[in-house]
Design a protein around this ligand. Structure first.
Ligand code: GUN
Length: 291
């Protein structure tokens, strides 16, 4: 059984990005620059954004973190995005989700210039993904593909079962896996809360991507021998014995599923790190496409 270690796979991506940035700087060019917008003080979002900024620094990218109060209006947030759209020194823009309830997330996503949409959430980006065109692939599905590539796991001809149909992970993941390219060529089943026979579906999966946000949902009896298990879950579960008062749990019951799987991503230390790698690759792509 192979542990798909996100530390190893993401380091390889980050190291190659570092080399590319050094080459740009040696040519006297400016570094790619990512702007992150964080609204309010959701603990998990704070952690993710801090990690994104830290990775920019490590690679040599520029970064700008804009923090806004959770009382910001939709109009004010759109005005902030407009400024970032117009700023020629900024290559990529991300607005950390979720946003406070009074803000329409879709409106915010659509305010981002598609040329700077490094999260790949804009309908233009998703539309291109559906049509197999060059685009920004949403960071988590992109990171998963980079992970499979790093460990030489081929998707071709396999049956992939994706649990979850979110715009951020499940839906784009299913599109990518069924695409006619090196990242795809799978037969894909998308399961969700209205799938009556989920266990039978999962048992057919050569690859299972668990992205439903329910801790330890995928059990050993739902997995066929030799399956490749990708765990996208990162739920904070209260635990008074843990240092921070919570533990991060994946969507897969790791210990029991690992005994049947041929490969599995741990949580933490798996897909989460790859998401950042995907985002960083998109930021460099945004920079290059602007030149
Ligand atoms: N919230 C959860 N995942 C993501 C992500 O990949 N990007 C942004 N912007 N927000 C998120």
């Amino acid at each position: 059984m192979l542990v798909l270690d996100g530390k190893i796979a993401s380091k390889s991506v980050i190291d190659s990005l570092k080399t590319e940035v050094e080459a740009l700087k040696a040519q006297g060019k400016r570094a790619p620059h990512l702007a992150a917008v964080l609204v309010g003080n959701n603990g998990a979002s704070e952690t993710y954004v801090a990690s994104k900024v830290k990775h920019c620094e490590e690679i040599g990218f520029g970064s700008t973190l804009i923090r806004l109060s959770d009382t910001v209006t939709e109009t004010e947030l759109i005005a902030t995005i407009d400024e970032l759209n117009k700023n020629a020194d900024i290559d990529g823009i991300l607005v950390q989700l979720p946003l406070p309830k009074h803000i329409d997330e879709q409106k915010i996503i659509m305010a981002i210039d598609p040329a700077k949409d490094v999260d790949g959430f804009h309908p233009v980006s998703i539309g291109k993904l559906v049509q197999g065109l060059q685009t920004f692939i949403p960071a988590t599905p992109y990171g998963i593909m980079l992970m499979l590539e790093h460990f030489n796991i081929s998707t071709k001809g396999k049956h992939a079962v994706v649990i979850g149909r979110s715009n951020i992970v499940g839906r784009p993941m299913s599109i990518l896996l069924s695409s006619n390219n090196a990242f795809g060529n799978c037969t894909v089943t998308v399961c969700h809360s209205h799938t009556p026979n989920l266990k039978e579906m999962c048992l057919q999966g050569d690859i299972i991507v668990a992205a439903l946000g329910r801790p330890e949902f995928v059990k050993a009896d739902m997995v066929k021998d030799g399956a490749i298990i990708i765990d996208v879950g990162i739920t904070r579960v209260e635990d008074s014995t843990a240092k921070r008062g919570y533990r991060i749990k994946g969507d897969v019951a790791y210990n029991e599923v690992a005994e049947k799987a041929s490969a599995i991503t741990p949580v933490p230390g798996g897909v989460g790190l790859m998401t950042i790698a995907g985002l960083m690759k998109n930021t460099l792509q945004a920079y290059r496409e602007k030149l």
